[in-house]
Design a protein around this ligand. Structure first.
Ligand code: EPU
Length: 432
């Protein structure tokens, strides 16, 4: 199994380029199920979750074509005949966002059979709001042997109010509504840029969607969607992770190819901590300038501070003077990285959904275990400033969502290398 070996102490200097957003690419790939014409997606990150989604779509009968050479971030998905509208447990257990195929499949094929995802390293993460919403759109849902089965002649537009804001729930129902008869009004929607990116693709495919990026989305159903070409937005979480890496290492790092309008809460919080940044329309330069000041942070839905940056912010908080309180409002169990950071010398106390971090504490290298995707990123950040050589185990988590992280970091001065097999045949189940 792969491990990352990182020797801390090097400032990150130069330019690092951000890849396409995994969490925008995944629903856009699922959207290809809505049409029998090819959908061409550009700026697709080469990460494991994308590979899993290609396998998932191919297992249903989709033709999947990958770009070569300079076009290697392009994927063409052609779902002409969907012989088997099913997502098996084998695939869903490795990537819970596989449930994004539920809405598009029932809308296009009138039938979908998708494994229930089960528990997860960061919380219980049910999909009850996806199911309830599809029922409101007229699908008949049964649950049996760990699978959800949805059937419908044609979905019918209606008004749906989400009990709680859900990103993939909004995306799933948005896709389903595009082919429903009549108008659907989705209320209390997620406003994440990834939802807007999906809506932009769907509109290029002929959907009639208004209001994506706001709490209310209106969809006028159409009888058929067509193929389209679309470029995936930059990954705001990867950009935020590099921003913290530049800051923590006292570097001077230019994060290129990002969209600073998606980074408002992250840039605001970094400013409070004392990190200097300078944005252009598509890049942010970060100038690490210790000492940092402790600052409290609560995770919230967009445009608030993203839960997917909480673990990385905790690594930064270990290097700030004073006590920082981090409140995790989105997932109930997303502090698994804290104990690993403590093993590296951090002073962190967990009280329910709150973590109290007292800094600044010097970090020392240790052998640590990555428990999920973003937890791995926080351990990489801590290792970049730790004294000595840190070995991070279970880095298959990081390969799910960060494209060539060690190559990107090495190119800007980090002492980082990978040992072991790149993609082991039998990785333990992991979910994001
Ligand atoms: N929830 C329910 N019922 C539902 C759906 C969600 O109770 O039917 C709850 C969840 O348990 C959670 C909250 O609602 O407490 C929000 O979950 P949400 O549905 O928004 O999460 P998600 O759509 O499953 C996406 C990202 C996550 C990211 C969250 C929150 C993708 C593929 N995944 O998950 O990304 O943390 O939104 O922003 O878009 C990651 O990339 O590392 C990752 C975990």
């Amino acid at each position: 199994m792969d491990k990352l070996v990182i020797r801390g102490g090097e400032p990150l200097l130069g330019t690092v380029r951000v890849s396409g957003a995994k969490n925008a690419a995944l629903p856009c790939m699922a959207a290809a199920l809505l049409t029998d014409e090819p959908v061409i997606l550009e700026n697709i990150p080469q990460v494991r979750d994308i590979q899993t989604t290609r396998n998932l779509l191919a297992a249903m009968g989709a033709e999947v074509e990958l770009g070569y050479g300079r076009a290697h971030h392009r994927t063409t998905l052609h779902c002409k005949n969907l012989s088997s509208p099913e997502a098996s447990y084998e695939l869903v257990k490795t990537m819970r966002s596989s449930t994004l195929v539920l809405g598009p499949l029932v809308a296009r094929c009138g039938r979908a059979r998708v494994s229930l995802p089960g528990g997860c390293a960061i919380g219980s993460r049910p999909i009850d709001m996806h199911i309830k919403g599809l029922e409101q759109l007229g699908a008949k849902i049964t649950q049996d042997h760990g699978y959800v089965e949805a059937t419908a002649d044609r979905l019918k537009g209606t008004e749906i109010v989400f009990d709680k804001i859900t990103v993939t729930g909004t995306e799933d129902l948005l896709m389903a509504a595009t082919l429903a008869e009549g108008e659907t009004i989705l209320q209390n929607c997620a406003r994440e840029p990834e939802v807007s990116d999906l809506a932009a693709l769907l509109n290029k495919m002929g959907a009639k969607i208004e209001g994506a990026g706001t709490p209310t989305i209106r969809v006028k159903g159409v009888s058929k969607l067509k193929g389209a070409k679309h470029r995936i937005i930059p990954d705001r979480i990867e950009a935020g992770t590099f921003l913290i890496a530049g800051a923590m290492t006292g570097g001077d790092l230019n994060i290129a190819g990002c969209d600073p309008t998606h980074l408002g809460a992250i840039l605001g919080k970094l400013k409070e901590v004392g990190v200097k940044t300078k944005s252009t329309s598509d890049s942010v330069r970060v100038m690490g300038d210790n000492p940092f000041t402790a600052s409290d942070m609560s995770t919230e839905e967009f445009p608030g501070f993203p839960t997917d940056m909480q673990a990385q912010f905790m690594a930064l908080a270990t290097q700030a003077e004073g006590a920082s309180i981090i409140t995790e409002n989105i997932f109930e169990n997303r502090f698994m990285h804290a104990q690993e950071l403590v093993r590296m010398g951090a002073n962190i106390k967990i009280e329910g959904r709150r973590a109290v971090i007292r800094g600044k504490t010097p970090l020392s290298a240790a052998a640590v275990l990555a428990s999920d995707l973003r937890a791995s990123a926080s351990l990489v950040l801590a290792a970049l400033v730790a004294d000595g050589e840190t070995i991070i185990d279970r880095v298959y988590h990081i390969d799910r969502g960060y494209e060539h992280i060690e190559e990107k970091l090495r190119a800007v001065g980090a002492q980082i290398r990978r040992i072991g097999e790149m993609f082991p045949k039998k990785a333990a189940p992991a979910r994001a």
